[in-house]
Design a protein around this ligand. Structure first.
Ligand code: AMP
Ligand code: GLY
Length: 427
């Protein structure tokens, strides 16, 4: 099978690593890919925002499956265009991707179809006064969420009225999230542990991959700003069989059915960001694609032909009985550029990658300079994943950090406590 994978981050590097293991694969193209994916297939220069160019490439190169990594092309309708041209694609049409692209849509859908999530209000920017009045009388903390895509930064948790009104001004008047903040969701704050579950679906049937827990804050002990994710581990012990079964019947089945009924059938990976509350699992957010960095922790734990899983889902007839998880564990830690998620410098040489032993290394913000040296090129730079055959998160953590300590680049920063929550709270 000739496959085109869209994207360039750590998530796509992990997807490429897993697709590469398939015996069905004859050729893997990545657009644009990164210096790590170059070793797994062929990186090609394609402007993925130009849908016609992607279609032409697929037709000329007889691509049999396109796998879309990031949300932006999905929300912008790349999958629609590909399907119109009879090119098979793993990833939802934009109508279904709205579940991530418009939080107001996702919240209204969950309310209509009784899918457990936080209570909410929604406002447009011309309703500033109404939103302000609501914030004067509501219960705190509250969570303000920009309606549109904001690279994981569109959520502000406000502990009191002053913070909330300041944030409301920033979103509606100062436009810190641009047009993504033309509408706003104000959500009640949920208490509990967070977990992520990926459902691979053909629109009706689905398979859940092993659960994971992301670490979104920049600092140890979940302090500081939200980031795209600083590390993850899998499986997440709080997602017991009983909880997973609740998630399947109260969240995933009904939301897929709701999307079908609304003529927005979702084909791809539905990312369920969950809060495990005392009242049961509730949805924090849905994403229309694999999570980053959870993918770097989850995929190495899956046995079976992953490409066949994506292919049969894309075909509309999920058929991957060999996909299974048989008890391993993994911890992935992101090495970032100091200063991220705010300002940071790039262009520093990454040293000692060849000294890594028994771990996987996925690139997020890594480039090759003209002399072939690997240099930093982003806020999140790379990810080290330790994978064990048995369930031992503590040992996987030790291996990941031992290996990560070998790597150096100027201004390297990483959290030291990825996965601690698993064994402090649950083992
Ligand atoms: P999101 O981008 O919607 O996943 O939100 C980013 C982070 O904000 C989540 O991972 C949670 O830690 C937190 N968060 C979002 N919504 C809520 C909520 N209603 N209650 C508590 N925490 C939340
Ligand atoms: N890890 C969170 C996300 O991918 O949105």
């Amino acid at each position: 099978m000739i496959v085109l994978l869209i994207g360039s981050g750590g998530r796509e590097h992990a997807l490429a690593y897993k697709i590469k293991q398939s015996s069905l694969l004859t050729k893997l193209y990545m657009a644009p890919g990164n210096p790590g994916t170059k070793k797994l297939g062929e990186n090609i220069k394609l402007d993925i925002s130009k849908h016609n160019g992607v279609i032409d490439f697929c037709l000329e190169n007889k691509v049999e499956l396109v796998v879309v990594g990031p949300e932006i092309p999905l929300v912008n309708g790349l999958a629609n265009e590909l399907r119109k041209n009879k090119i098979l694609v793993f990833g939802p049409n934009k109508e279904a991707a709205d579940i991530e692209g418009h939080k107001t849509f996702a919240k209204d859908l969950m309310k209509t179809y009784n899918i457990p999530s936080a209570g909410y209000q929604k406002y447009s920017s011309y309703e500033f006064n109404k939103a302000n009045d609501y914030l004067l009388k509501c219960k705190y903390p509250v969570v303000l969420k920009a309606d549109g895509l904001a690279a994981g930064k569109g959520v502000i948790i406000c502990k009191d009225k002053d913070e909330a009104i300041k944030s409301l001004n920033e979103i509606f008047i100062e436009k810190i999230f641009g047009d993504a903040g033309n509408k706003l969701v104000i959500e009640e704050f949920m208490y509990g542990e967070e977990a992520s579950i990926f459902a691979i679906t053909d629109g009706t049937d689905f398979i859940c991959l092993p659960s994971a827990q992301d670490h979104k804050r920049i600092g140890d002990n979940d302090t500081g700003k939200n980031t795209g994710g600083m590390g993850a581990y899998s499986p997440a012990p709080m997602v017991t069989d009983e909880i997973l079964s609740q998630v399947r019947t109260t969240i995933i089945e009904p939301v897929l059915k709701a999307l079908r009924e609304e003529n927005r059938t979702f084909v791809g990976c539905l990312y369920c960001g969950l809060m495990l509350t005392e009242e049961g699992p509730k949805v924090v957010e849905f994403n229309c694609r694999f999570g980053d960095p959870e993918t770097q922790a989850v995929l190495p734990l899956i046995e079976g032909d992953f490409l066949n899983l994506l292919y049969t889902a894309a075909k509309g007839k999920l058929d991957a009985p060999d996909i299974k998880y048989s008890g391993g564990s993994s911890v992935c830690v992101i090495a970032a550029s100091k200063g991220y998620p705010d300002e940071y410098k790039i262009g520093y040489e990454i040293k000692a990658l060849d000294e890594l032993k028994d771990v996987l290394c996925f690139f997020s913000g890594v480039k090759e300079d003209s002399s072939g040296k690997l240099i930093t090129s982003g806020g999140r730079v790379l990810c080290i994943t330790a994978v064990l055959k048995e369930l031992n998160i503590k040992e996987a953590k030790d291996i990941a950090y031992k290996e990560l300590s070998k790597i150096s680049f100027e201004n390297i920063y990483y959290r030291k406590d990825i996965s601690d929550k698993a064994y402090i709270n649950f083992y």
